[in-house]
Design a protein around this ligand. Structure first.
Ligand code: CP
Length: 308
């Protein structure tokens, strides 16, 4: 039985704000654990977890793997390339074969929106969505919000968060919007009109196409990657023009009337969303986001396994 209100983690949409706060409080405990000389606890020593990745990943895959090892779970890793998926095996057959080897939980990244939801309806295991196409990336949103909480305290009310860039192709954007709104923050989206989904304001967010106005408004700006690999047409005239209008450099950051916190889920297109000076500068918390990812994923695995 999950200690959360939902038996799987398919998207932030399905979580209550109390679930999010429980995940954060549990992550606080695990954050202390992974900063000790002995970074392991035996909490999931009776569980076996399969990490199945049908899309490339560095951060999410390694972070889940480390989280599982820190909790003493047994793990198997599966990537589509080199597997029998290439011979035409279906997703459900693939996962049922993995589950037949006595696996309890599945962490899955898949290029198709809704894949994790579909899988949860078809197989008998706890499913964790590690990113499904341009739909949701719930663990990224949770580690992002946890990193903001670490910087600004537990109360999100009145906090102003800007999400800048390629919103249209981003699963991080949607999960962040759901998460931050549930916690009570204000959210503004900024980017070229072509990279903002129509009617996105119905999710209760503000939209502003002017980067400087948006940065003057916010306390935190989360810059998203331009996802060239998901683009089937030209969404802006040239990368140079995108950088001029939506890229952040140190000169612009210094010109703002107050210091703001800079985030990026990674991978970064250096020199496009952020210059290296900004990405590696003192206002950036990009590597804290990555560090927090392990504690957040430990908390999610632990709570979904029914622990409290
Ligand atoms: N932020 C993120 O999901 O990165 P990866 O694609 O490297 O996992």
């Amino acid at each position: 039985m999950s200690a959360l209100s939902h038996p799987h983690l398919l998207g932030i949409k399905y979580l209550q704000d109390s679930d999010i706060r429980l995940i954060f409080e549990t992550a606080d405990e695990f954050s202390a654990v992974i900063n000790r000389p002995i970074k392991k606890v035996p909490s999931l020593r009776d569980k076996t977890i399969a990490n199945i990745f049908f899309e490339n990943s560095t951060r999410t895959k390694l972070s889940f793997e480390l989280a599982e090892k820190r909790l003493s779970a047994d793990i198997v890793n599966f990537s589509a390339s080199g597997s029998s998926v290439a011979k035409g095996e279906t997703l459900v057959d693939t996962v049922n074969n993995i589950l037949a080897m006595k696996v309890d939980m599945v962490v899955m990244r898949h290029p198709n929106p809704g894949a994790a939801h579909f899988l949860a309806s078809q197989v008998k295991a706890t499913i964790i969505n590690a990113g499904d196409g341009a739909h949701e990336h719930p663990t990224q949103a949770l580690l992002d919000a946890y990193s903001i909480r670490q910087r600004f305290g537990k109360d999100f009310k009145g906090l102003r968060i800007a999400i800048v860039g390629d919103i249209l192709h981003s699963r991080v954007a949607l999960s962040n919007i759901f998460c931050l709104k549930k916690l009570g923050a204000e959210v503004m989206l900024c980017g070229p009109a072509t990279l903002l989904p129509r009617h996105i304001e119905t999710l209760g967010v503000k939209v502003n196409h002017n980067l400087i106005e948006c940065l003057e408004w916010c306390d935190v700006a989360n810059f998203l990657r331009v996802q060239h690999e998901r683009m089937d047409m030209k969404y802006f005239p040239s990368i140079r023009e995108y950088i001029m209008q939506y890229g952040l450099n140190a000169q612009l950051l210094r010109k703002l009337s107050k210091p703001i916190t800079i985030m990026h889920p990674g991978p970064i297109n250096r020199g496009v969303e952020l210059t290296s000076e900004v990405a590696d500068g003192h206002q950036s918390i990009i590597l804290q986001q990555v560090e927090n990812g392990v504690a957040i994923r430990m908390a999610i695995l632990y709570l979904l396994a029914g622990e409290r």
